[in-house]
Write a protein that binds this ligand. Structure first.
Ligand code: UDP
Length: 244
């Protein structure tokens, strides 16, 4: 069991990306349903504000530190994490390992055609076995049912769900126990980036912890979501004060 670092009420696993991939291998061998949450500051704050989300995050088999805000908070609270483990980097690392271990993957999420294009690119790059894709707009119960039937028939070992938080986490916990055992992971907007529809922030911005700024510039509708960041910072500082 990995050491955990508690930020607000979220327990983050102190693991490197390589260690997360090793953990995923054990979860796959266990042949039980498991899910992974890649927690950035927005998700940690969202969970702190919402009991259902908090329970969902803390019941995950692995919670990774997705984002420099989470690394900063851990440092601030005197319990530094090993490294940032983002959803998108994990997708690449999983696909690389999947090619070696013969794992089967299903991509679920984003607008029509995006998951299929992302799958094409991942297969070209890693030669991994992606056995199906579907868009992430499942409001129509008949469409949702068709996806459940496809997953039941194809039995992927890994299901990457790209519907944004908390929708993807809620979809996973609602359905995973009715499906063949698999490791599920919410990956937010990763398929938009992998498919080439959306650019990821340049490396210098990622290194300067400015990925959030890049995303707001590219998608101004995200502005409201960024407002959670100063609230997160204040809450962490308060937690630090209470600890000392
Ligand atoms: N999306 C989806 N189903 C929905 C609503 C959204 O599949 O019902 C997709 C949307 O197309 C986008 C992703 O979910 O690809 C949300 O990405 P966002 O950038 O908001 O996620 P984040 O990385 O911030 O969690």
């Amino acid at each position: 069991m990995a050491q955990k670092v508690k930020i607000l009420e979220t327990e983050i696993d102190c693991l490197t990306q390589k260690e997360v991939v090793e953990e995923i291998a054990s979860l796959i061998s266990a042949q039980e349903p498991h899910y992974i949450v890649t927690a950035n500051a927005e998700i940690v704050y969202m969970a702190w504000q919402d009991e259902k989300m908090q329970t969902t995050v803390n019941n995950a088999s692995i919670v990774t530190a997705d984002g420099s805000g989470v690394l900063w908070a851990a440092e601030e609270l005197g319990m530094p994490l090993k490294e940032r483990v983002t959803g998108i980097d994990l997708v690449y690392a999983i696909c690389e390992e999947a090619a070696k271990k013969d794992w089967t993957i299903y991509l679920l999420g984003a607008a029509e055609g995006v998951a299929a294009e992302a799958a094409k690119r991942l297969i070209e790059r890693y030669h991994c076995n992606i056995i199906g894709t579907h868009n992430g707009f499942l409001k129509d119960p008949a469409v949702n049912q068709a996806v459940l039937e496809e997953l039941t028939a194809k039995k992927p070992q890994i299901v990457l769900v790209a519907m944004g938080a908390p929708r993807q986490e809620y979809w996973i916990v609602e359905h995973m126990h009715k499906l063949p055992p698999a490791v599920y992971m919410g990956i937010g907007g990763s398929l938009d980036v992998i498919s080439g529809n959306l650019k990821r922030a340049p490396l210098w911005m990622q290194k300067m912890s400015l990925e959030w700024l890049y995303r707001v510039i590219k998608q101004p509708s995200r502005f409201k979501r960024v407002l959670a960041l100063p609230k997160f910072t204040r809450a962490v500082k308060k937690q630090k004060k209470m600890k000392s």
